[in-house]
Design a protein around this ligand. Structure first.
Ligand SMILES: [Zn+2]
Length: 58
C-alpha cells in the first residue's frame, strides 16, 4: 500500500459553526479536538490540514 507521504494518521475536523479552524482529533471512536475546543458542539471530520494553533503545539 502506498500513501501520500504528507498524510499521517492524525485526523482533522472542525467544531460547530467554526469551519475555518481545523483541529487535530483525538481517538478513533471519540472525535474530539485535541485542544478541547467546543465541548458540546458537533464535530465534522475533514481531510484537511490542521491549522488550529492550540492543537499544533501539543
Ligand atoms: Zn484545536
Amino acid at each position: 500500500m502506498s500513501q501520500l507521504a504528507t498524510e499521517t494518521t492524525a485526523r482533522a475536523g472542525t467544531v460547530g459553526a467554526d469551519v475555518m479552524r481545523v483541529h487535530e482529533l483525538v481517538g478513533t471512536n471519540d472525535l474530539r479536538p485535541k485542544c478541547g475546543a467546543g465541548k458540546d458542539e458537533p464535530v465534522d471530520e475533514w481531510l484537511r490540514a490542521v491549522n488550529c494553533p492550540d492543537c499544533q503545539t501539543r
